[in-house]
Design a protein around this ligand. Sequence first.
Ligand code: ADP
Ligand code: MG
Length: 225
Amino acid sequence: MSAAVEFNDIEKVYDVGGERVRALRGVSARFERGSFWAIMGSSGSGKSTLLSILGCLDRPTSGTYRLGGRDVSKMSDDALSDIRLRHLGFVFQSFNLVQQLTVAENIALPLYYQGVSERESAERAKEFAGVVGLAGRLGHRPSQLSGGQQQRAAIARALATNPTLILADEPTGNLDTATSVEIMRLFASLHESGKTIVMVTHEPDIAEWAEHRLVLRDGLIVECA
Ligand code: ADP
Ligand code: MG
């Protein structure tokens, strides 16, 4: 079976006012289905650039990226947004919940975009709120939740479409230590249930929760195991 993620010799060059910034300088790796990876490296090493490419938010300048066996490196913007909606779940440092919507509505949002009926969306939102321990908070708005609860809601939203791959960029970056551990327990249980997870973090304690590490330095992989 194909890997969840396989990329070969990916380069990403940004043109900043005529100057070329080589954010990724030829990186290759393969992440098996059901694996849990931490992407590490100091600031500016290329972590977010790699995650944007893996998340189909950006394309590599050169190289290939296969997601679930499909080459997505040269797809159109529309095709990429469809892939994001159907196959990927995103978790961000700042949660990115819609403040005007309730927890249930936030979780159901990607289902709404997929055209799932209102009734089924509401049912699935309830189910995934339960998975992340927010069953009692369905009608709350993000501002009525703690940071940890907001991140749980964001994780439920990422899970609602049953994605192939969950991508998280510093998911505990805005949380205190105890809450970070709670969120990592949740990621660990998702991993146990068979989800493929790729998480960017610069914190070694957080990276310990993953089973594999990919370390970047100046746009190159210096460790991958
Ligand atoms: P990290 O997430 O590890 O801090 P990034 O992937 O954000 O690293 O950045 C890697 C390099 O690419 C840095 O030198 C950064 O300044 C540059 N870079 C990132 N995004 C852009 C962009 N949109 N335009 C120009 N340069 C960028
Ligand atoms: Mg970054």
